[in-house]
Ligand binder design. Structure first.
Ligand code: BDR
Ligand code: CA
Length: 309
């Protein structure tokens, strides 16, 4: 069987890095389009380039928007991922450079080149995808699947009380994507917490004797320590979970199909509002992943680091 063709929209980011490694291990990655989010765009682009260079992949990297669509002072996630987004581990910068083509245009071009086959995995603020949609509203008709890591479906956010980071960073972009995409798959923060991974397991994986495990070990140390210091029982790895769903759709055990909107104003700005009981009558636009096979998820992540699970 042909490997899936995957385009990753990402803001690396420690958990982004593991998801990108998983995709390179199990799929044909046609490009990385880069957003600002976890840290500023200069860092997220440099991190993506460094990562693909570390694993010797020729995957093209396209820089996208340097900030959200509508100006609001966004809080970064440097306190989780380090000031450079990769754990301030002191690695040398890569030598490769990003492509000249902007991310939104690369998304449109790759959707034409792989029409009907492309799986887009969006694991960052949805700025680039929203811009691509505005340039070409026919984009969804050419894309086989869109898997979004974002939102907190019952309102337990991780950045404000009710907003998850990717949606809260650029709510207008999420609103554009959620309003225009006929049916996307949603991997939310609360699912991530339910499917978090024991610290010991991650230590075991990242002690494998190869370049990608060593790199992940170094860049994830700060995030692991931060999470443990806060008394979190396990490490939540949001983007790898979304990647697992993209790579192995049958890993999903339970889903719910509902309409999901994005709150744009007030206290709940950036919250994902799920119409659980179909009160609005709005057509369902999301397949929300409610549960997946934890053992298979961990096996996918372990093999990306060249470790046994
Ligand atoms: C999401 O926010 C980022 O910090 C992570 O990389 C992930 O994409 C989790 O809320
Ligand atoms: Ca991310």
């Amino acid at each position: 069987m042909d490997k899936a063709k995957i385009l990753i929209d990402t803001d690396p980011g420690v958990d982004d890095a593991l998801a990108i490694l998983m995709a390179h291990r199990h799929a044909d990655v046609v490009g990385l389009t880069i957003a600002a989010g976890n840290v500023g765009l200069a860092h997220t682009v440099a991190n993506a380039l460094k990562l693909v260079e570390t694993i010797g992949a020729a995957t093209p990297v396209f820089a996208g928007c340097a900030g959200p669509l509508v100006a609001h002072p966004p809080e970064s996630a440097a306190f989780v991922h380090g000031l450079d987004g990769f754990g301030d581990s002191g690695h040398l910068p890569g030598v490769r450079r990003a492509e000249a083509e902007p991310a939104a245009q690369a998304i449109l071009r790759l959707s034409r080149e792989h029409a009907g086959k492309l799986v887009i995995v969006a694991m960052a603020p949805l700025t680039n995808l929203a811009l691509a949609l505005k340039l070409d509203p026919e984009l969804p008709s050419r894309v086989a699947r869109l898997v979004v890591m974002g939102g907190a479906v019952t309102g337990r956010g991780n950045t404000t009380v009710s907003a998850e980071f990717n949606i809260g960073f650029d709510p207008e972009a999420a609103h554009i994507v959620f309003s225009a995409w006929p049916k996307f798959e949603l991997v939310d923060w609360e699912l991530t917490v339910r499917h978090a991974i024991a610290y010991g397991t991650i230590e075991h994986w990242s002690s494998a004797d190869n370049a990608q495990a060593r790199f992940f070990d170094a860049i994830s140390r700060k995030t692991r320590a931060w999470s443990q210091e806060r008394g979190r029982p396990k490490l939540a790895l949001a983007d790898p979970l979304a990647m697992a769903v993209a790579l192995q759709p049958d890993i999903v055990v339970r889903t719910g199909e509902h309409h999901v909107a994005v709150a744009l104003d007030g206290l709940a700005r950036g919250a994902t509002v799920v119409d659980w009981d179909n009160r609005s009558g709005a057509a369902t636009n999301a397949r929300i992943v409610m549960e997946l096979d934890q053992a298979r998820f961990e096996a996918l992540a372990a093999s990306a680091l060249g470790a046994g699970s």
